[in-house]
Design a binder for this molecule. Sequence first.
Ligand code: FAD
Length: 460
Amino acid sequence: MTSQPCLREHLDTPIVDAYDVVVAGGGASGLIAAVSAARAGARTLLVEHSGCLGGTATYGMVAQWIGFFNRDTRVVGGLPYELSEHVRRLGGSDGFHRYVLAEASSNPVPIYNFPFNPEVLKYAADELVQEAGVALRLHARVVAPLMADAGRVGGVVIEDIGGRSAVRAGMVIDATGDATLAAAAGVACAGTEAAQRRERQPCTLVFRMSNVDVARFRALPREEKRALALRGLEEGRIYWESLSFCSTPDYTDAIGLMSRIHDVDALDPADLTRAEVKGRRQIHNIVGFLKERVPGFERASLAGIAAHVGVRETRRIVGRHTLTEEEIVGGARHADTIALGAGPMDLHEANGGTGIALWTPEHPFEIPMRCLVPAELGGVLVTGRAISATRSANGGSRHMGTAMCLGEAAGVLATELLGQHSDALPHERVRAVLRSREALISVDDALAADTPASAFKAAA
Ligand SMILES: Cc1cc2nc3c(=O)[nH]c(=O)nc-3n(C[C@H](O)[C@H](O)[C@H](O)COP(=O)(O)OP(=O)(O)OC[C@H]3O[C@@H](n4cnc5c(N)ncnc54)[C@H](O)[C@@H]3O)c2cc1C
């Protein structure tokens, strides 16, 4: 084994501020976590690496929320539902639609989605955060934990255009999607084992086309879409069995989730770079195929490529409880449930495959609060894609509707834990606050909830 030369640095990092709650990452889960904590009374800082909030929904251009409905039952209320209404009011979406996921694949699944214009979500999220009084730092990366006495996380170290600084926090919420901060603090994680690295789901770089006759494309029979997809695969011009698009509310633009980049460990910077470059090459081929072969795209042009490749899977923490697929299928109930998952269960085939394992659980499933709490370290919670779940359970709990609900719960829990140094979790109080905000936190809540008909648009 060769040992690498090492640069030894001595850093005097100024501690510039102190907050009750600091949230690392302003994606689906983190932006809601920050607003949730602020509304619960915590002085809150939200630190986001990119120039906008929304994460995979905006800089990744994945412009449809799913996970709001299990079959016909709405399972998401509270802040995420409020944000969906706000996006609608701003003209960024026309509401929930019936939609067939992976329609051109061998395995299509009907769901409800909430398609939106990702550019509108950017300023809708700004407004939500500002109205809640959250302090926001964009273009800032959380690079390390600040450890407090007793081995707890007591803040974060941030790097931005101004250099390096530290901020103390009563509680830190890791919403990076990759459990970056938790892992750096020593929280045990799953997903990085050699076997799991080999079966990582492929990445997808998303693109947007303008001047599309969306209605014409949507009206094509499924068999025709499937035949087109298979032809594209045969010609080597598309990369999985799908013509997968969400559309903006004016039906002029189609946002394509059609690239598929295999064998990427998104925790490895060289792999991540390769994924971006390969994704763009794939998009060049896909766009040519669409314009040449697919009705509705004849006059379309490429309007944009996401700023960041979409990453489905990296590491997940080992929490006080690990959500499993057996619990999801078996309808397990938990005294400390703080969010409901809807599915679908969604695992894209790894290792060069072109298929997808996709199915909807019979019932909504309960996610216990303990999935957000590292088994052995205090001062930090994890929300979003990196909560404690098995690989297959994560396939159903990583959708943005669910990630936002987890964020709302993380914000309340962090606030409730301020100043508390025991291991006890105040689940009764957290659940009471969530219920007072009309969050749906049990299957019975979901069955009793009503969704205003105005929230729906006819099938598209
Ligand atoms: C290709 C693809 C398609 C998908 N399709 C759908 C779909 O159709 N509908 C759906 O609901 N879900 C979909 N998902 C799943 C969903 O988008 C993610 O699982 C979800 O966004 C996870 O939310 P999150 O908040 O954990 O992470 P993200 O939304 O990814 O947000 C993480 C945020 O943390 C920031 N960050 C990371 N590290 C740091 C750091 N060190 N310091 C500061 N900030 C940091 C990032 O910049 C980002 O803003 C898809 C995912 C992919 C990749």
